[in-house]
Design a binder for this molecule. Structure first.
Ligand code: BES
Ligand code: MN
Ligand code: ZN
Length: 487
C-alpha cells in the first residue's frame, strides 16, 4: 500500500482521477452555515447534494455514495458526515462505514480533510487502515483488497509530514500486532514469535537475542519455567533493542506477556471460549508492533523489549496447584492456581529488566478477566508507581485515541497475596479471593519492581468483536515519542 500526503484545496481534489473520493464534511457544509459569495463548483455540488439527499453533515457517520458528483473526476464520490473535524468525530464517522461500505474493490482512494488540526491526519489514516484490515494468514479465501494507493489530501499539508510518517509507522505496527494475535496457537508458537522478532532486525539500529530453555534455566527464571513445564513447544525469551546512535539515555523497557496459548494448565479453563486464549500473547504482539514502528521511524530513543514466551498447558510434567517455585528475584511463590500464569512469567522478566538500570519499565499483558469486568473493551487498565508517569500515559492514550484508565495500587490490595508456604502466593486468598482481580494481579507484579513502572492490563482492550485490536501500539508510540522531546 502506498500512502501519500498532499496539499490540495477542494477544487483541486475534485480533479483527482481516483476510484473513490472520500470527502469528510463538518457542519460547515450545512446549507445555512455556508458562507455566501463565491462558491467553487465542487462546493456547490456538495451543497446541492446535501439538500437533495437530505444529508446531514452533523450526523456523524451518515454517508452518501454516488457514482457521479458533478465537477469531480473520481469514479465514485462518498460524502461522510463528521459533525466537527475533531479526531473523535473523524474516527467515529469512519468506523460507521464498517460493514456498510467497502473500499476493497477500489485501487485508488483519496481522502479529503477540509481542515487539519492536530491529530486529524493520524486519526483519519489509522481508522481508515483499521477499516480495511483483512486477516489472511490462515484464510487464503479472504477478500483480497485491490487498494494500492491512498492519498490524504488537505489544504495545508506542509506542516503535517511528521504526523503523517508517524501514522504510517503506527499502521504498520498495529497490523503486525493484529496479524500475530489473530493467528492460531498451532502456528503462532513461542518459536514463531521469536522468528518474527528476529525478522525485525532488518531495520537499522534494531537488534535481537533469543534465549532458549537452557539459557533461561541459567538465568534462574524459576517462575517463568514453572509455567512452561506443561508444554511441549520450545520456550523462548526474546530480547529486542532499538537504540538510536545519538541516544545515550537509560532505556525504556517494554515487557510483553507472550503466552501463545493459555489453557489454564492443570487449573483448566472451561471449554467455552478457550479458543480466545490463542491471543494471550497480545502483549508480546504489541511490543513487536511498537518495535516495527520504531524501526520505520528511527526516533532518538532507546527502547528494550522483553518477551517471555511459552504455552500454559496441562501435562504429566505440568506445574501443580500448591507447588512452590523460586523466581529469579529469589522470592518463592506458591502457585495456588496455574491459570494465574501471566504474572509468573512477567515477574521474572521484570526482575531481569533491572540489569539495564531502566528509566522506566512498562509491561503489557492480557492479565486478568477481572479487568474486562471492570473496564470492558474500551480502556486499557493502567497502573503506575509514579503519578507523573500515570498522567503522561493517560495523555498519550488520549492523543492516540487508544485510551487507558488509572487503577489503584494501595498496599491494602496485597493483603491476600500472603502465603503460609512461600513468600507470596500467585492469587489472592482470604477476603481478596475473587475480589479486585486486576488490582491484586498488579500488586503481585508490584512486589518485583524497584524502578519507575507502568503495568497495562489489556485483557479487554486488545480485542474487538472480530479479533485483535492491535492496541495499545498507538498509545505506547505516542508515549515513547513524547520522550524524545523530554530528554
Ligand atoms: N489470560 C488470562 C486472562 C484473560 C481472561 C485474558 C480473559 C483475556 C480474556 C489469565 O492468564 C488468567 O487466566 N487469569 C485468571 C486469573 C485468576 C486465576 C486469578 C482470570 O482472570 O480468571
Ligand atoms: Mn491464565
Ligand atoms: Zn493468561
Amino acid at each position: 500500500m502506498q500512502y501519500t500526503l498532499q496539499s490540495s484545496s477542494l477544487p483541486e481534489v475534485a480533479q483527482e482521477s481516483v476510484d473513490i473520493l472520500l470527502i469528510l464534511l463538518s457542519s460547515k457544509f450545512l446549507p445555512e452555515s455556508s458562507t455566501p459569495g463565491v462558491v467553487s463548483q465542487i462546493e456547490q455540488s456538495i451543497l446541492d447534494t446535501v439538500i437533495a439527499q437530505d444529508f446531514n453533515p452533523q450526523k456523524t457517520g451518515q454517508f452518501y455514495s454516488t457514482w457521479y458528483l458533478p465537477s469531480t473526476k473520481a469514479k465514485r464520490t462518498v460524502l461522510l458526515a463528521c459533525e466537527t473535524l475533531s479526531n473523535q468525530h473523524i474516527a467515529n464517522a469512519l468506523k460507521e462505514l464498517s460493514g456498510k461500505f467497502s473500499f476493497h474493490e477500489a485501487k485508488t482512494v483519496c481522502i479529503y480533510l477540509p481542515e487539519s488540526g492536530a491529530g486529524n491526519v493520524e486519526s483519519a489514516l489509522t481508522t481508515f487502515a483499521q477499516l480495511n484490515y483483512v486477516y489472511r494468514a490462515t484464510k487464503p479465501s479472504a477478500i483480497k483488497s485491490q487498494l494500492s494507493k491512498v492519498i490524504l489530501a488537505t489544504p495545508q499539508a506542509d506542516s503535517l509530514q511528521t504526523e503523517f510518517s508517524y501514522a504510517l509507522a503506527r499502521i504498520k505496527g498495529e497490523q503486525l500486532a493484529k496479524d500475530l494475535a489473530n493467528q492460531p496457537a498451532n502456528l503462532m508458537t513461542p518459536s514463531n514469535l521469536a522468528q518474527t522478532a528476529l525478522s525485525l532486525t532488518e531495520y537499522a539500529n534494531l537488534s535481537c537475542t533469543i534465549r532458549s530453555q537452557e539459557e533461561i534455566e541459567k538465568l534462574q527464571m524459576g517462575a517463568f519455567l514453572a509455567v512452561a513445564k506443561g508444554s511441549r513447544e520450545p520456550t523462548k525469551f526474546i530480547e529486542l533493542q532499538y537504540k538510536a546512535p545519538e541516544s545515550s539515555s537509560p532505556p525504556i523497557i517494554l515487557v510483553g506477556k507472550g503466552i501463545t496459548f493459555d489453557s489454564g494448565g492443570l487449573s483448566l479453563k472451561p471449554a467455552q471460549g478457550m479458543e480466545e486464549m490463542k491471543s494471550d500473547m497480545s502483549g508480546a504482539a504489541c511490543v513487536l508492533g511498537v518495535f516495527r514502528a520504531l524501526g520505520l521511524l528511527q526516533p532518538r530513543v532507546h527502547v528494550i523489549g522483553l518477551i517471555p514466551a511459552c504455552e500454559n498447558m496441562p501435562d504429566g510434567n505440568a506445574v501443580k496447584p500448591g507447588d512452590v517455585v523460586t523466581s529469579m528475584s529469589g522470592k518463592t511463590i506458591e502457585i495456588l492456581n496455574t491459570d494465574a500464569e501471566g504474572r509468573l512469567i512477567l515477574c521474572d522478566a521484570l526482575t531481569y529488566a533491572k540489569k539495564f538500570s531502566p528509566k522506566l519499565v512498562i509491561d503489557i499483558a492480557t492479565l486478568t478477566g477481572a479487568c474486562v469486568v471492570a473496564l470492558g473493551y474500551l480502556h486499557t487498565g493502567m497502573y503506575a508507581n509514579d503519578d507523573d508517569l500515570s498522567q503522561k500515559m493517560q495523555a498519550a492514550g488520549k492523543a492516540a485515541q487508544d485510551t487507558c484508565w488509572p487503577l489503584p495500587l494501595d498496599d491494602e490490595y496485597a493483603q491476600g497475596l500472603k502465603s503460609d508456604f512461600a513468600d507470596l502466593s500467585n492469587i489472592a486468598t482470604g477476603r481478596y479471593r475473587g475480589a479486585a482481580g486486576s488490582i491484586t494481579a498488579a500488586k503481585f507484579l508490584h512486589e518485583f519492581v524497584d524502578y519507575p513502572w507502568i503495568h497495562l492490563d489489556i485483557a479487554g482492550s486488545a480485542r474487538t468483536a472480530k479479533g485483535s485490536s492491535g492496541r495499545p501500539v498507538g498509545m505506547l508510540l505516542h508515549f515513547i515519542l513524547a520522550q524524545t522531546l523530554d530528554n
